[in-house]
Design a protein around this ligand. Structure first.
Ligand SMILES: Cc1cc2nc3c(=O)[nH]c(=O)nc-3n(C[C@H](O)[C@H](O)[C@H](O)COP(=O)(O)OP(=O)(O)OC[C@H]3O[C@@H](n4cnc5c(N)ncnc54)[C@H](O)[C@@H]3O)c2cc1C
Length: 219
């Protein structure tokens, strides 16, 4: 999608490859934001930015972005080569996929965990349950933080690998098998269009009102 965002130069503090082809990039926080919002990133001031959820907390000194390389893509192969002290161009934060203190289910696939990481790190954890889908055991980014805090309210659904304590199958299978879901809670969905659409259909089938389903699709 074409985006004409105002981009400003920031100096990258660090970049870490946390799983094969998956990076966390950090820069000093230049503005306030609400957990769950996104920003645009470009290779220069007049670039057509790609969008990324902020993965860090609202009060953290640095902004973290979690992304995976799209090998044929325009931005991410370039971004993955960035090292400490290099410049990237970022927009101000925006977006309405923001967390609240109310009980909710956070449902993510892959890097779609990023906005929930921001909500988690901003303290919006009361009454939350986190369901994270990933292909293999390396796909559960930030899982140590989540498992220590959420305990059994953090469910990892793995489609290709099996391991103790991890649900064997996709998020959609896990949700379909639950006998019932609370209709009065909010359901936040973030990740690929395929996951979001499939999960939304399951939730609606299980009696969740459409207004209680809030989605952020990565494309
Ligand atoms: C709301 C939102 C939040 C996202 N958050 C994350 C995240 O936290 N982590 C993550 O890994 N990914 C995220 N993405 C996906 C991310 O924006 C990129 O699509 C992805 O990183 C691939 O970028 P690329 O440039 O390497 O690949 P490319 O294939 O070059 O581009 C991928 C996408 O960029 C868009 N695009 C293509 N051409 C142009 C153009 N000329 N101008 C502007 N846009 C164009 C298209 O939507 C295309 O599908 C998010 C997407 C959205 C919509």
């Amino acid at each position: 999608m074409k985006r004409n965002l105002n981009l400003n130069k920031v100096k990258v503090s660090r970049q870490t490859e946390i799983a094969p082809g998956v990076f966390v990039l950090s820069f000093p926080r230049p503005w306030d934001f609400s957990a769950g919002q996104v920003l645009g990133i470009g290779t220069h001031a007049t670039d057509e930015a790609r969008l990324y959820s902020i993965a860090s907390g609202e009060l953290d000194d640095e902004v973290d972005v979690l992304y995976s390389i799209n090998p044929g893509g325009k931005l991410t192969p370039w971004l993955s080569k960035i090292v400490t002290g290099d410049n990237i161009w970022v927009s101000e934060p925006f977006g309405s996929f923001t967390g609240t203190d109310d009980p909710a289910w956070w449902i993510a696939s892959g890097t779609g965990i990023a906005p929930f990481s921001a909500m988690f790190r901003s303290g919006l954890t009361a009454g939350k349950k986190l369901i994270h889908g990933g292909r293999d055991l390396n796909s559960f980014y930030f899982n140590k933080d989540f498992s220590g805090f959420f305990k059994e309210k953090y469910v990892r659904c793995c489609s290709r690998d099996s391991a103790e304590g991890i649900y064997d199958g996709r998020i959609t299978k896990y949700l379909s098998e639950l006998p019932q879901l609370p209709a009065n809670e909010k359901y936040y969905l973030c990740g690929s269009a395929e996951m979001v659409v499939e999960v939304r259909d399951i939730l609606i089938e299980k009696g969740i009102p459409f207004d209680n389903i809030i989605s952020e699709i990565y494309f």
